[in-house]
Design a protein around this ligand. Sequence first.
Ligand code: MSP
Length: 646
Amino acid sequence: MSRFYVTTPIYYVNGMPHIGHIFTTVVADTLARYRRSRGQEVRFLTGTDEHGQNIERAAENEGIRPIELADRIVERYHELWKILDISHEDFVRTTEDRHARGVEEMIQRLVAAEDLYTARHEGWYCPSCETFYTDKELVPENRCPVHETAAEWHSEENIFFRLSNYQQPLLDLFEQHPEFVQPGTRLNEVRSFVESGLRDLSVSRAGLTWGIPFPEHEGQTVYVWLDALTNYISALGFGSEATDLYDTFWQGGDERLHLVGKDILRFHAVYWPAFLMSAGLPLPTTVWAHGWWLLDKKKVSKSVGNVVRPDALIERFGADSLRYFLLREMVFGQDAQFSDEGFIERYNSDLANTLGNTVSRLVTLSRRAFGGQTPPLSCDDNPLIGAAEEAVVGFHQAMGELAFSRALESLWKLLSQANQYIVEREPWKMIKDESKRDALARVLWNGLEATRIATTALLPFMPQVAPKVLAAIAGDAENGDLDWGGTPVDAELPESGPLFPRIDQKAYLAEIAAAAEAESSNEQARQQAAEMEEPSDEGLIKIDQFFESELRVGTVKLAEAVPKSNKLLRLEIDLGEETLRQVVAGIAKQYAPEDLVGTQVVVVANLAPAKLMGVQSRGMVLAATVDGQPVVIRPETPVENGTRVS
Ligand code: MSP
């Protein structure tokens, strides 16, 4: 049995999911369901990307710990995936231990391949992308090309990956396996990026605490993209004892497909295969980059501030209507516009009219003519047979190319043909004529059968509604047969209500405009109330609490390295007391003993004593942390030893 592994990107947890996030997961789910129905052994993975500066900052803004923020957003993802009936086998979080094990194993392999080294790293950095950009890549005023927000200048000591060594191997890969990047136009983009030269990539960050500590490099954290990309194999058990899934779906899998948005293609089609080559591991077979959902021509995104949330649409139209819209409206690989008008038009024309009306017309006529049952005769000679065969061939072909919209078009063409076939034969007139009973039976059975085939093929797209449609026409959701002839004769046809009630577009648009207006005036009222409120005491301390710390100036009389530590210095400081104070400070990398002896520093003098590398420290030297490096605080002019700082 062929083994198919499909993944979505793992989503950042600094905001609630919007339709851009839902889209890739719905696509992956549809494909996973389709492949299962074709008898493949499927593993479908999704998850969340929880480390990095973005998440740290978002949590800080809310005054909570990053993991609390992550837990909350992850909960929302779980809820949504349940509502949308997403059939993933696994959900990985980068804060899980199993993931850290995978990342550590990956790093060990990069070290073994001698592809890592330490150097200073300076450049323009976009915290939202968590990546460095060259001057050329930035848009005017040093702004990030993706987010158009101001890039920040970063300068720090980092661990680098020898990406430059992989330029030729990557170009060879694109040459030998052009299917590695899909669609083809994207392959050209990636190829010219690689051809223009690859610089080594910094794979650690200093001064970032929310992440996986870089093994053997104190103070360095694994770069979020090296961390995040490894999820695809850590979730299969890479780096652990239990590697069954890894062996089955990665090492021994037939297809390893990453579905990603075009904005993160470079990470998946350049960095990730380079890491894997270095580690001596198999590569994904394809990285498929889809386009963006746009609203008013701009990418739907939190940083642009134009997010489309799924909640109201799901509540009003049902989860499967949203799934259908996303898969039908976007030509996979290109950008697509979202609009409420567009959504209703699709819903009304495709679901309420073509599918809903065809089903209800057939069921009503059949029930009326044949005592609440399907017709008593089947038929194997009529124009719908050829139409159905053609639709099924077109459907499979489109699914093979991940052309979801075209796959649905094939099915809707068949539904329209079935509808037209019925309209032309006017079965409502035949009902009154006893001599046309057999002909009537065949016409209605043919209509039902064509609808059954289209709806059966629709199961991976609409996993909640398609079974209901099938139940309404005496079809069987368990039997995914797309060959002509599956509709039973003389079977019970239950009475059913409308499957897709038509929506009055004007009324609906007025309703959502009013809701948006109410929301914005509520928001204004909330803001006004917040401005009028007394400033809250939360997070603040009283002056006497501050004075509980005894900060004093003292002169360093002696400084020496603490044995076996490259970070700690032992200082003896004159704080105006009878004896010198022994204080241990973590500043050895930045300050030589001679930089300190004879100079004045500020000491927290009433700190409880502690032992550092076996040396007792009675106090702490104050320093500012700049890019992860300590800068010692000193008085501007000499003051008497022991002077209090306040
Ligand atoms: N955490 C990284 C991915 C790491 S994968 C190892 C990330 N997260 S994200 O939450 O910002 O984006 C996740 C996915 O959502 C990306 O594929 C991105 O392209 C997609 N989308 C976000 N907004 C989108 C649209 N408006 N339209 C379509 N997809 C877009 O990047």
